[in-house]
Design a protein around this ligand. Structure first.
Ligand code: C5P
Length: 402
């Protein structure tokens, strides 16, 4: 449904799976999309541009130059609702991650603000190569969507991971992306992210393992769904331009910046791992080893959520509880103590959830008890689950986002 009437640039890079892009092209047209194919020069060695021209909504393009339009990449990039690259080869992913734009497809990828969906396909050795995986991680971080390859038969009789995803999966991912709702349009969301650093002296601090990934995911997903997002963060990770980032370091800084903005927001998601204690005295100069082992006396930091809970009006407060035991019990207690509307509890003792990794598994609780228990999800997907709960509590209708 979501593809009907939407403009899709279908990029085809030069791999053996290029022939499957023909089927994908046909399915996208059948779903009602206006499909503009763009083939790399290498792709034309595997499959003819004429085939795409015959099936797509307009003739296939293969070059930045020589066509009727003087600057085809900007027109294609600006008018697209979605850009799909299938197959995305190691070379194409490398160029895209590095920002190289030496042909029509790579230039179009840089010239678009539309969502981009890449479907990689290559031999297993290439797929597993650190360079390819790092390029993909970079692209993912920038918001590029990936339909992972499948395992199966590859060119040359080999078998393994790296086979282009079935066209039906790529069409489904495209549908899901385009039907993503803007159910949070205009909602003012403040998100905190990262672990705070509490200074011991000018060079040392007391910190924790939080990477900030969960908070960044909430900020990005909320922004994608139309929210006006302020991100108060101790980390400097890449983030969409639409997000207003306020850099902080300590719990004290975060407390100040969050409270100053509290009156102007509708929702606060405290994903930051705020230190509970800080050194009572911060040495003015670097502590010298020769002066012996220093005694660091700790004192409590301000409880930001606690303060928000005390002074809250109509705002919705979402907290996190990172626990290593008795998850629900501790989380329910925190929810009540801090006057929260929702708490996201995760078990940080698991290797695949919580700190530093890209995945998480959580129990969401409100004052009535557990409302949702998630399986292991990417932090981006978990952000979606949390924001669904937020939207429901704000009385906003769901809009069919994935
Ligand atoms: O540290 P604790 O497990 O109690 O943190 C639970 C929630 O409280 C988190 O959402 C965290 O961001 C928030 N918190 C806070 N101020 C603190 C400590 C934690 O707002 N000083």
């Amino acid at each position: 449904m979501a593809l009907r009437g939407r403009r899709v640039v279908l990029g085809v890079a030069g791999g053996i799976a290029a022939y499957k892009a023909v089927e994908l092209c046909r399915r996208l047209v059948d779903a009602g999309a206006w499909v503009s194919p763009v083939l790399t020069e290498d792709a034309t060695r595997f499959i003819g541009a004429l085939t795409f021209s015959a099936l797509a909504s307009e003739p296939a393009r293969t070059s930045l130059f020589g066509g009727p339009e003087p600057i085809p990449h900007t027109r294609l990039g600006q008018s697209a609702d979605l850009v799909i690259v299938a197959p995305a080869t190691a070379k194409l992913l490398g160029k895209y991650a590095a920002g190289i734009s030496d042909d029509l497809l790579s230039a179009t990828l840089l010239a678009t603000r539309a969502p981009v969906l890449v479907a990689p396909a290559m031999h297993t050795e290439m797929w597993e190569h650190a360079a390819v995986q790092e390029n993909l991680a970079t692209l993912r971080r920038r918001g590029v969507h990936v339909v992972d390859p499948e395992s199966g038969r590859l060119a040359g009789g080999d078998v393994g991971e790296g086979r282009l995803a079935d066209p039906s999966r790529i069409v489904a991912a495209a549908e899901a992306l385009l039907s993503r709702g803007r159910d949070l349009a205009g909602v003012r969301v403040l998100v905190t992210a990262g672990g705070t650093r509490e200074a011991i002296d000018p060079v040392r601090f007391v910190g924790n393992r939080s990477s900030g990934k969960m908070g960044y995911a909430v900020a990005e997903v909320a922004s994608g769904r139309g929210a006006v997002v302020t991100l108060v963060s101790t980390q400097s990770r890449p983030v969409s331009e639409s997000i207003n980032v306020v850099a902080v370091e300590s719990a004290e800084d975060m407390h100040r910046e969050v409270l100053a903005r509290f009156g102007d927001v509708d929702v606060v998601v405290m994903a930051a791992a705020v230190a509970d204690f800080r050194p009572k005295v911060i040495a003015g100069e670097k502590l010298k080893k020769r002066e012996g082992v220093p005694e660091v006396v700790l004192e409590p930091t301000p409880d930001i959520l606690g303060a928000l809970g005390e002074s809250k009006g109509a705002q919705l407060l979402v907290g996190f509880a990172a626990e290593t035991e008795r998850l629900r019990e501790h989380a329910a207690d925190k929810l009540a103590r801090k006057h929260l509307d929702l708490i996201v509890a995760n078990d940080v003792s698991a290797a695949d959830a919580g700190f530093e990794v890209d995945t998480n598994r959580a129990v969401l609780l409100d004052s009535s008890g557990a409302v949702e228990e998630t399986p292991l999800l990417s932090k981006v997907a978990l952000a979606g689950v949390i924001l669904d709960q937020v939207a429901a509590r704000l009385g906003l209708p769901p809009e069919g986002h994935p």
